[in-house]
Design a protein around this ligand. Structure first.
Ligand code: AMP
Ligand code: TRP
Length: 362
């Protein structure tokens, strides 16, 4: 922290404005004090993290921890909006925590914790629910998708975005790194924060979504018109970060392409090959045009074989680190410390919200 008001006196306004603009992305001035911005995000422990989660969200998490105060959550309360086997939920929660660390999150830089260990999430969700409307929730496309073909959907599935808003607002998060599929939920979070502030006085920071410009939506390998999803029935439609090299090979070699043989990025006419080019580019660091040149005149087979190798190389590093951390006592210790740190901040915001609502605080 740096007391900006002191600097203020000595510096000319022009100079100060320049400095503010320079710092704007990662820092903010709050009550005359220069502070790091805060980032918050979460992943559901509904199955193992796939490369869509990794390329669309987790890689951003890792980058942001270098410049922001980051909170990353394993959102187990969200996962029970659809039925979960308790034993699997338990294991997957620890798997996701270990994968957070294996993909590069550093507990010294980021606070890593499990949502249900901080009760303030569920409590704030209720306060926000009472200030939201069924109309706005009915418009959420994720709810429409997940409840389709069900005569009656679980209530939690309907109110899910409000719990997500509570997650974000509890930490005064400025930035929320997520994949494109969460855009609507972030908009709702902003609406709820603004509404609450207008009605009950300044309570919440209004956050902004941070979406990758490229790779924010990795598509299913068996159907490139749908997003890659943990809940897919076909195991070859996704690649999990814990997949064996053989499973990666099978998934890529079977991936839907088209009847041509040209390796060219064209989302509309060649969605399958475009998706594979995106994945290749993000794992290798090569641009799409570099890849198009590299594979000019080659068939899909050669391209896919190389892609398998590139993915397996990256996954090996992640899996080695995952094995080390998953069974260690260190993982539980990290989650305990995360819970303590998160609770401290979340409870302050919750008290602020309850006070502004007129609750008696004892
Ligand atoms: P979830 O698996 O729904 O908990 O998602 C965790 C994070 O991964 C969220 O930020 C999502 O937006 C992101 N995500 C999920 N699926 C994809 C995908 N197919 N492509 C890119 N990002 C994704
Ligand atoms: N809804 C998000 C998803 O399905 C997960 C999530 C829950 C989340 N709470 C959050 C993401 C808060 C960002 C911030 O991917």
């Amino acid at each position: 922290m740096f007391d900006f008001s002191r600097l203020n006196k000595g510096l000319e306004k022009r100079c100060l404005d320049k400095l503010k603009r320079f710092l704007y992305d990662e820092w903010m001035i709050n009550g005359g004090v220069l502070m790091m911005k805060r980032a918050f995000s979460g992943v559901q422990p509904t199955g193992n993290i796939h490369i869509g989660n990794y390329l669309g969200a987790l890689r951003q998490f890792v980058e942001l921890q270098e410049t922001m105060d980051c909170f990353y959550c394993i959102v187990d309360l969200h996962s029970i909006t659809v039925p979960q086997d308790p034993k699997e939920l338990y294991e997957h929660s620890l798997d996701v925590a270990a994968l957070y660390i294996a993909t590069g999150l550093d507990p010294k830089k980021s606070t890593i914790f499990i949502q249900s260990t901080v009760p303030a999430h569920a409590e704030l969700a209720w306060l926000l629910q009472c200030n939201s409307y069924t109309g706005e929730l009915s418009r959420m496309t994720q709810f429409k998708d997940k409840s389709r073909n069900q005569e009656s959907a679980p209530t939690g599935l309907f109110t899910y975005p409000i719990l997500m808003a509570a997650d974000i607002l509890l930490y005064d998060a400025n930035v929320v790194p997520v994949g494109n599929d969460q855009k609507q939920h972030i908009e709702l979070t902003r609406d709820l924060a603004i509404r609450f502030n207008n009605k009950f006085g300044e309570t919440f920071v209004v956050p902004e979504g941070k979406f990758n410009t490229f790779g924010a939506r990795i598509m299913a390998l068996d159907d490139p018109t749908k997003k890659m999803s943990k809940s897919a029935e076909n195991p070859f439609s996704l690649i999990s970060l814990l997949d064996t090299p053989q499973k990666v090979k099978k998934s890529i070699m079977r991936a839907t392409t088209d009847s041509e043989s040209e390796i060219r990025y064209d989302e509309e006419n060649k969605p399958g090959i475009s998706n594979l080019l995106t994945i290749y580019s993000l794992f290798s660091g090569l641009s799409i045009s570099d890849l198009e040149k590299k594979y000019e005149g080659c068939g899909y087979g050669t391209f896919k074989k190389d892609l398998v190798e590139i993915i397996n190389e990256s996954l090996k590093d992640i899996q080695d680190r995952y094995q080390e951390i998953r069974k260690s006592d260190e993982l539980i210790q990290i989650l305990k410390e995360g819970k303590e740190k998160a609770s401290e901040i979340a409870n302050q915001t919750l008290i602020r919200a309850k006070k502004n609502l007129g609750f008696v605080l004892l």
